[in-house]
Design a protein around this ligand. Sequence first.
Ligand SMILES: CCCCC/C=C/C(=O)SCCNC(=O)CCNC(=O)[C@H](O)C(C)(C)COP(=O)(O)OP(=O)(O)OC[C@H]1O[C@@H](n2cnc3c(N)ncnc32)[C@H](O)[C@@H]1OP(=O)(O)O
Length: 303
Amino acid sequence: MAAVLRRGIKFISFGSSQVFSGGCKHGKTSTLSSFSSSNRNSSSSSKIKVDLDSSTGIAVMKFQNPPVNSMNLEFLTEFSIGLEKLELDKSCRGVILTSAQPKIFSAGLDILDMYGKTPEHYEEFWRAVQDMWLKLYGYSKITIAAINGSSPAGGCLVSMASDYRIMADNPRYRIGLNETQLGIVAPFWFKDTMVNTVGHRTTELSLQFGLMYSPSDALKIGLVDQLVPEENILSTATETMTKWLDIPDHAREISKSMLRKPTVDRLLASRDADIKNFVSFIAKDSIQKSLGLYLTMLKQRKV
Ligand SMILES: CCCCC/C=C/C(=O)SCCNC(=O)CCNC(=O)[C@H](O)C(C)(C)COP(=O)(O)OP(=O)(O)OC[C@H]1O[C@@H](n2cnc3c(N)ncnc32)[C@H](O)[C@@H]1OP(=O)(O)O
């Protein structure tokens, strides 16, 4: 078990990839209460900074949950609320997601929210994960992930749920759904999101091995759309967003919904069952043991 978990924290070559061990137009005002009336509006919750330029319609959401932007209950709640506010804000037409933390886009779901907690906590946590994905995957506005660091598991899910993915071309970074490396299983809607992004066969290999891809391999399989030098990631995301903004909102939105709604509806039809599954799975002694070992290995890597 320890060997398996250790593999989950290091990067091990696997073929060409690697296993990770370890419609509104521009408005001039914003409806966000914390925004000022100038063209550039900022709001900062404790874990996510939002900067909306109402002259361009582009908002940047920066994850700032040190050290690794793990998605705990508070982060997930702020993320969903932040997205909701921007979706209701007529001066916003597109959102860029990126990280304020060096080298990490997001370390995925916070393992501490899945370890040693009560069933009530697991239930609340999982509902928040579902809320976040439902909001992002079904988002009416344009979303671009500017992936400026490693992005395992839940971080990869957020990237895949965006409309376009630009990753920093740093060979040290990794992206993928590595859940099996932790001894846990990505739920069907993580799987659906990946199938919709890279296709069925690639997902079969990715999910079963818990593969983590270098930026160049992620580009090859279509997990990301573009690689850029790290220092250009935000400017490229902004330029790319400008091209997306040339498309009439209503036509783009309907096209997006046509492609994504069936996937969203699958979870909406079975949310409670999915929560029940998660709670009973995560509370199992064997799963808790796996997560405990993985956490220990994560910490040992430092010394
Ligand atoms: C049925 C259930 C399905 C659930 C679906 C699950 C989805 C998930 O997202 S599970 C989470 C999967 N995530 C990972 O496996 C990532 C693990 N982390 C890493 O590999 C690395 O931390 C890194 C590459 C993201 C960053 O490496 P580095 O810069 O070297 O930082 P450290 O490893 O030293 O980490 C600093 C600090 O943060 C803690 N930590 C890292 N990731 C998580 C996490 N996902 N949740 C909670 N805590 C995390 C790490 O333990 C360190 O803590 P301290 O030792 O206390 O400083």
